[in-house]
Design a protein around this ligand. Structure first.
Ligand code: C2E
Ligand code: CA
Ligand code: CA
Ligand code: CA
Length: 275
């Protein structure tokens, strides 16, 4: 039993060693990624059902790694968060998204994802205000997407920061709603403009009638609270028709449009989609 225990211990150590080494390599490569201009923002359109036009875009970061090709944010954002590199990366994202909005996406709103680590930084609210001023883009065209796990840490501070940003005109969206620590209390206490229903609910829709009920309820709740309801992960016409009938305001997903580099993100002008 003793030697077994030791064998297990060794294997665990080796496994850990690989993971740690992988992480360290990514972390090292991340150091030069900004100065070497390896990051790029892709933009995914959001369809406004009332007007039938694309009124906003979500900025989604990509890392064009010199050896590995495109690395998804799901892989490198957690590394950047634990190393603190998410702070300069987050600034780059804000700055770049606002400049792209000004140069290439006239009149459209732009949504930017905010990491909890970035939000925790004392300079965050000032940084947002500075980026807006530098870009010359009206604050109301910027929406920040935050997740619930950002609210549970220090919700008095979160409330004061979100409230002060809202006063400057910035919009606030609650991302990935329905997964994580969803609490109805958050919806009444925090000044959200938008609720984004997590893609997992849309994906399950065909197979689970409970998710129908959940989507209907979230839509009604959001309406009562005067919030815009966005469904994520709309992948086909059946999804679109169901979500439209449920009363969602805006749709996002591969069926509406995949995330694309700015050069191929063409702003569509209303009203060009017949619904
Ligand atoms: P998210 O904010 O929930 O973004 C939506 C993700 O779903 C994106 O993945 C998008 O490409 C994907 N998606 C959109 N429509 C569909 C669909 O119809 N079907 C499916 N299967 N997927 C769809 P992506 O771009 O890989 O980003 C993953 C996550 O990484 C994001 O999830 C967000 O949490 C994070 N992220 C992305 N860009 C940034 C950033 O600039 N800063 C921070 N802090 N996080 C970011
Ligand atoms: Ca998002
Ligand atoms: Ca999301
Ligand atoms: Ca997510």
């Amino acid at each position: 039993a003793k030697s077994n225990g030791r064998a297990t211990y060794c294997m665990f150590q080796e496994g850990m060693g690989d993971a740690v080494r992988q992480r360290r390599l990514l972390e090292e490569d991340l150091h030069d990624a900004i100065s070497e201009q390896q990051f790029e923002l892709y933009y995914q359109p959001r369809l406004d059902l009332a007007s039938g036009s694309i009124t906003s875009y979500e900025a989604l970061i990509r890392w064009n790694h010199p050896e590995r090709g495109i690395i998804s944010p799901a892989e490198f954002i957690p590394v950047a968060e634990s190393s603190g590199q998410i702070i300069p990366i987050g600034k780059w994202v804000l700055h770049t998204a606002l400049n792209d909005a000004r140069e290439h996406l006239p009149d459209a709103r732009i949504s930017v994802n905010v990491s909890p680590v970035q939000f925790r930084d004392n300079d965050f609210a000032d940084e947002v205000r500075r980026s807006i001023e530098d870009s010359g883009v009206p604050a109301k065209r910027l929406e920040l997407e935050i997740t619930e796990n950002l609210l549970i840490e220090d919700d008095a501070r979160a409330l004061s920061i979100l409230t002060s940003l809202k006063q400057t005109g910035v919009k606030i969206a609650l991302d990935d709603f329905g997964v994580g620590y969803s609490s109805l209390g958050y919806l009444s206490r925090f000044p959200f403009d938008t609720i984004k229903i997590d893609r997992s609910f849309i994906k399950d829709r065909g197979y689970n009638t409970n998710t129908h009920a959940i989507i209907d309820t979230v839509v009604r709740l959001g309406k009562a609270l005067n919030m815009t309801i966005v469904a994520e992960g709309v992948e086909d016409m059946a999804n679109l028709l169901f979500l439209k009938a449920s009363g969602c305001d805006e749709l996002q997903g591969y069926f509406i449009g995949k995330p694309k580099p700015i050069a191929t993100t063409v702003r569509r002008v209303a009203p060009d989609i017949a619904l």
